[in-house]
Design a protein around this ligand. Sequence first.
Ligand code: PBG
Length: 329
Amino acid sequence: MSYNAKFPQTRLRRLRYNGTVRKMVTETSLQLSDLVMPLFVCPGDNVANPINSMPGNFQLSVDNLVKECKEIHGKGIKAVLLFGIPDYKDDDGTVACQENGIVQRAIRAIKEELSDLMIIADVCNCEYTKHGHCGPIVDGDVDNDKTLTILARQSVSLAQAGADMIAPSDMMDGRVGVIRKALDENGFYKIPIMSYAAKYASGFYGPFREAAGSAPQFGDRSSYQMNPANTNEALREISLDIEEGADIVMVKPALSYLDVICRVKDTFKMPVAAYNVSGEFSMVKAAGAQGWIDEKRVMMEIITSIKRAGADIIITYHAKDIADILKNA
Ligand code: PBG
């Protein structure tokens, strides 16, 4: 194929005049099976606390969470990602490993009603520690290796409750290998790991921290999450996670990191997930509510760009709105 043919023989607009032709030559299309909807589960009965900074999202008690999952499932979305808000927090996050923990209960309740809805369990300690960091603190910083033991226990406990996939989001060194070993030793060799492999220390997580009550009480996460300026380091992170047994690798956030998604896909040819995070979602909602942008149109443009960059799986709070658009397309 030549890119050098000259005008007037070559007119790229020929394929743009007619709507059907435009559809025929569309290179990237979103599908329902690309989407994962994140959800927040909290203690209590009939609770639906609106998350102010994320319009349309709620902290839901288990009963309401099951209802929400039915609606999501009814729209054709195949997977949810669960985050827990526990009734109490501790110093090291072991509260996340309890058989009757909030996410464990949620998984069992969802599975009872919707056995084919894929449940991905986020694995991290920051929602479960009093200080809001992703593991126990030693000498003022998260202790990497102590955190690994807790993450492995949490993963096994979530698999025992019925999680279909485990998604570690903590960014400790060595966690994927340790979690893989623990899952295998407990008979969960069929459960895939989707690792938050290139996760940046990002300002875009702001609204999530309100949603999950997980803002660090001192300092920030830059001693474990990545510097937004780096991409070679992302490739090193991804390649280590693959060696340790990650089945799917994630880039997070998505929109400011499309170059990273693209490099990761080109380099590793692995299934790639991208997390369209809370701040990315809330910016679109806020500008849409002001009438400054066409919210639905911008939403579709952003999510399509994430897929175009190379993501196979897109985790997004827009999932329900996208499903409505895809159904009517
Ligand atoms: C937990 C975790 C975070 C997100 C997903 N898992 C927050 C963080 O690292 O502080 C952010 C998701 C979002 O912003 O939507 N480690």
